[in-house]
Design a protein around this ligand. Sequence first.
Ligand code: LMR
Length: 393
Amino acid sequence: MFSNLKPTPADKILALSGLYKADPRDNKVDLGVGVYKDADGKTPIMTAISKAEKRVLETETTKSYAGLAGQPEFHDAMAQLVLGDDYPADRLAFLSTVGGTGACRQAFELARIANPGAKVYVSDPTWPNHLAILNFMGMEFETYRYFDSETRAVCFDAMIEDIKKAGKGDIVLLHGCCHNPTGANLTLEQWQVVADTLLESGAIAMIDLAYQGFGDGLADDAAGTRLMAETLPELMIAASCSKNFGIYRERTGILMVLGATETRDVTQDNLSKLNRLAYSFPPFHGQALVAKVLTDPELRREWEEELEAVRNGMLGLREQLASELRKLTNSDRFDFIAQHRGMFSRLGASEEQVIKMRDENAIYMVGDSRLNIAGLNANSVPLLAQAIVDAGV
Ligand code: LMR
C-alpha cells in the first residue's frame, strides 16, 4: 500500500531551514523561517514566560485532560488582547488550537461545514502554507491582488475590485498585521473599506493574526481586526501565540468565531467537535503560560516591555538596512524596508538573485525574496546590503 505514496511538494520555508542547517560556512545568515532571533542569533525564552512556567509547574496538581475547546481563562485573556477589554462575549465562540496554523485549519474546516461550497479568497502573495492547506483540503480558492511589486505597497484599488468577487458565504482571508510575506499593511481607512465591501456582499472575513505586537504595537496591530469585529456580523480570527509570546514549540493558538448571539452555542459545539475529531484535546501548557502572563499584572508588564524591545529592535534593523542601501545605491528605492512592518519584507529580487546571495554570501532568504528582518543584527546588515547590491537587485 505505502508504495502508492508519492513525495509531497517541498515546503519552501521549512526546506530552506534544512539547507541553512546543512551549510558549513561560519558566516551564514538565516533570514528564512519566521522565528525571532536576538543580536546573538538566539531565540531566547521570554523572561515573563519563564516566570509563568515556574509558577504553573509549582501549582499544577494533575495532568488529566482539560477543556476540549481549551481553557476559558486563556480564551478570555486572548479575546481581550485581540479585541479589547469590552469584547462581545455573548457573540464569540472559542477554540484553542495547535498553534496559529491549527487555528487556520480549523477555521477552514468550520467554513466548509457551514457552507460546503465556500470559496476562499487569499492575498497574492500569502503565507504559502495557507495555499498548501487549502489545496490539501480540496477547498476552492482564488487570489486577490494585494502587493504591487513595483511600488512594494498594497495595490488597494485592485484588492477591493478582486474581493468584490467573493459572494455571500465565501471567505476572504486577511492578515491582521505584519503581512506575511510582504510586510505591507492596510491603513485603518483601508480596513474600513474592506469591512464595508464585505458587509455589502455577505462574504465572511477570516483574519490570520500571527504577529500582534511585532508591527506598530499591541493595540495598533489589532486595530484592523477590532474595526472588522465592530462592523461585521460574522468574522473568524485565527491568532497565534508562537511569535509574540515566543512559545513556538508549545503550539499555542486560538480560533475566535464571532457571530449572532443565537448561533453562538451551536458554533461552539461544532468547534469543540472539530478538536475532538482531529486530536481530541488541544495542548494545555502554552495556554496556561499565556493566560498567566496576560492576567498577572507584573508578568504582563514585563512581557509587554520585552515585546516592545523586540519590536523596536526590528524597526531599528529596518532603518539600518534601508539607510545602508540608500548609501550604496545612491537612491531611495529600498526605503520601503523601513516603511514595512513586522518580521518580513519582500525585497523584490529574482529567484536567481536569491540563489546567488545564498551561494556567494551564505545569506538565506525564501525564494520569493522574503527576508526575516529579525534574522539580522547590526553586523550582518551591511553584509546583506552589499550582497543585495552585488546580486544586482
Ligand atoms: C513563517 O512564515 O516563516 C512562519 O509562519 C513559520 C512557518 O511555519 O512557516
